[in-house]
Design a protein around this ligand. Structure first.
Ligand code: ADP
Length: 681
């Protein structure tokens, strides 16, 4: 059987003048123990009715009830069974009620003796969700509401209600219950309009019966107040500990996530998500920015899915956030402190004339102004706005923002602020770590490349240096050991030795040049240059070696009115010479090499060297710029060269911020090499 009516409600119905009070569980436990002890310490045989919400609460007190039952035969214990609690009449009357019964929300204890009566009739208070989670962790802070009194009238009525109820659950106890009523409740005054008077009369009668024993009510009342106050303090302390724990948990969570990742994007995504959720914000943003940035683009956002007050939240992803024309950002920069705007509709920094002037000025200056703060607030429904800088050793790395959207402004408390600031610090450290890692990776790649270069150098040295060296050695030995050698042969020997010595010199020179360029040890001397003069100089270098017949025809197509370019002349000529040398090297004497220059855009010229030679496979167009790349492979090379020329060109062009690339329709289709140079302004 399930009874949905609350005993407390029934009592209040018949005695509406009773004033309820809120009790913590710990206070009720103390009161119940005191009531039970009073029974145990006395010599009376009172009526005792105890109602526990669950069997487990009763279990903790079962031994006391056994002792009480040795004193009196009128003991009734009620509870919702969890294991083996059931209706029985073993030591005392036990009454098992259904977990869905109203009693499972209530806590009652009624003691009616000859000389005293008291009762505790309470119902558990359901708390808001947040407090409820706190309560589940600290059981003693569960709260109950109801009556605790020594008033016999109230106690009698409570006993009567409970006995009636017990009779409904266990009708077989009817005669025992009737006996109890007859024995203990006969003095019960009628509940009528004169209740207060009656109640006073009954109390007086009890007082007479107890003669000199003082009514413990005021004393006990004070004790309860004392207990309650202690419990309040405990809850407050617990709340602050739990807030701190929550903060530490979140900081740890984000720190752990950060430790797992060295990817800035991932770090920001985790932080924004966790922080937004933990603080129950409508929106949380984390973006990277420097003090000098004009705007920041939002790419990490947490957005509450359900929105507030019926406001649908829109995403800020991809939005350009104003920084230079943003007085909040500027104030944060100046003081290196967070800013919290409780109500954006009232804040003069957002709605004031300053803001509008700035915005107008911006509109006049550019075609696409960044939105004003007021526009932002309106566009994204931000009612309250918290901005916390991400700093590392005083340097601004980014911002964390929290938005509350909806009708009511929100004030972030000190704990929340401390939490966001702690996360911002962690994010700062993580970003620096990720940056350091990226630098380390780049350095590693450079080291690996250097290592490859070294290995290549060893291979090249093995082949490139040893081969000419052997030739030189053979030639010189022959010259020394064969005094009778014909002058013609002597000449051949000498020329061969000299040519191979030159090859070796070039290889060593190219290698050293590339090393200097790659390690950034080159000091650039940019100057205004005529590209035409540079081409002429490069051509004269090419023509210094070999005869024109052995080379393809070289055609230059350079407009007269070309603007001057800005680059280091020596290196520009070197680049042109190397590209021209390659074009001639890989094109038969019957072919053609063409040098053209044209404007790429208003600030750049594009130089192209086109040949009709052996061409390059499309999938090798990038690789030809790698160190030691040679189509035949480093050790099977047939044409002269070191395999370093294009790698050197790429480093030189990079030095003035230009681009270099190759085009070719494929094998035997000729090649085009292009590079860009900035126009001198
Ligand atoms: P190398 O000293 O071998 O010329 P480079 O770095 O200048 O070294 O060139 C690397 C490789 O790129 C060459 O060995 C060749 O295979 C290819 N290459 C360079 N320029 C041309 C070109 N104009 N036509 C076809 N292949 C070329």
């Amino acid at each position: 059987m399930i009874i949905k009516t609350s005993v407390l409600a029934s009592l209040l119905q018949v005695m509406p003048q009773l004033r309820q009070q809120v009790y913590f569980k710990s206070s009720l436990t103390a009161l119940s123990h005191a009531m039970e002890d009073q029974v145990l310490a006395g010599s009376e045989q009172p009526l005792v009715i105890a109602c526990f919400q669950r069997e487990r609460f009763y279990r903790q007190e079962a031994h006391r009830y056994r002792r009480i039952a040795q004193q009196t035969s009128q003991v009734y214990v009620l509870a919702a069974p969890e294991t083996d609690f059931k209706n029985s009449s073993d030591y005392y009357e036990t009454v098992a009620f259904d977990a869905a019964d109203a009693l499972s929300q209530e806590w009652h204890l009624v003691v009616i003796g000859q000389h005293y009566a008291n009762c505790l009739i309470c119902r558990e208070k359901s708390l808001p969700l947040q407090e409820d989670s706190l309560n589940s962790e600290i059981d003693s802070s569960r709260r109950f509401e109801g009556i605790w009194t020594f008033d016999p009238t109230v106690s009698h009525k409570a006993a009567e209600l409970l006995l009636n109820r017990i009779q409904t659950y266990r009708p077989e106890l009817g005669s025992k219950i009737e006996q109890a009523k007859a024995h203990y409740l006969t003095d019960l005054p009628a509940i009528d309009s004169e209740l207060t008077q009656n109640s006073k009369r009954t109390t007086a009668r009890y007082a007479n019966k107890t003669q000199n024993s003082p009514n413990p009510d005021p004393f006990a009342q004070r004790l309860v107040t004392y207990l309650q106050a202690g419990q309040y303090k405990l809850i407050k302390a617990y709340r602050s500990i739990s807030a701190q724990q929550q903060r530490e948990r979140l900081v740890n969570l984000i720190t752990a996530a950060i430790r797992r990742s060295l990817n800035p994007h991932e770090i920001l995504q985790i932080a924004v998500q966790e922080l937004g959720q933990a603080l129950g914000s409508c929106r949380c943003l984390i973006y990277r920015c420097k003090a000098t940035d004009t705007t920041a683009t939002i790419s990490h956002e947490y957005l509450e899915t359900k929105g507030r007050d019926g406001v649908i939240l829109c995403s800020t992803i991809g939005q350009r956030w104003p920084l230079q024309d943003n007085c909040l950002f500027q104030a944060i920069l100046q003081h290196q402190e967070s800013i919290s705007v409780e109500d954006t509709q009232q804040d003069p920094r957002i709605n004031g004339s300053n803001e509008l002037t700035l915005a107008r000025r911006k509109t006049e200056k550019t075609n696409s102004p960044s939105p004003t703060l007021k526009t932002l607030v309106q566009m994204f429904g931000m009612r309250s706005w918290l901005i916390v800088p991400v700093l590392y050793q005083g340097e601004l790395l980014g911002m964390v923002e929290l938005h509350h959207c909806g009708e009511t402004p929100y004030r972030w408390n000190d704990e929340e602020l401390a939490l966001v600031e702690a996360i911002a610090t962690q994010v700062g450290v993580a970003l620096i770590q990720a940056e350091a890692y990226a630098n380390l990776q780049e350095l590693n790649q450079q080291l690996e490349a250097l290592d490859r270069t070294r290995s290549n150098l060893v291979a090249i040295t093995g082949h490139e240096l040893r081969t000419p060296l052997s030739t030189i050695q053979v030639c010189l030995e022959s010259l020394a050991s064969e005094p009778d050698m014909s002058p013609e042969l002597r000449q051949v020997m000498l020329s061969t030795a000299l040519a191979d010595a030159e090859r070796m010199r070039k290889l060593v020179q190219d290698f050293l040049t590339l090393s200097r360029l790659e390690s950034g040890r080159v000091e650039w001397n940019p100057e205004p240059l005529s590209l035409k003069e540079c081409v002429d100089l490069a051509l004269s270098q090419i023509r210094a070696y070999g005869s024109d017949d052995e080379r393809p025809q070289i055609i230059t197509q350079i407009p007269d009115n070309l603007p001057l370019v800005r680059a280091d002349g020596e290196w520009l000529v070197e680049t042109l010479a190397k590209l021209l040398d390659n074009a001639c090297k890989f094109t038969s004497p019957q072919g053609q090499v063409r040098i053209t220059i044209q404007n790429r855009d208003r600030s750049t010229l594009e130089v192209s060297i086109t040949d009709t030679g052996r061409g390059i496979e499309p999938n090798r167009l990038e690789a030809v710029f790698d160190r030691f790349y040679q189509e035949e492979g480093a050790l099977r090379r047939t044409t002269g060269g070191t395999g370093l020329g294009l790698a050197i060109c790429r480093q030189i062009v990079k030095g003035w911020g230009g681009e270099i690339w190759a085009d070719s329709a494929g094998k035997d289709q000729g090649s085009q090499f292009h590079f860009t140079v900035p126009i001198c302004c």
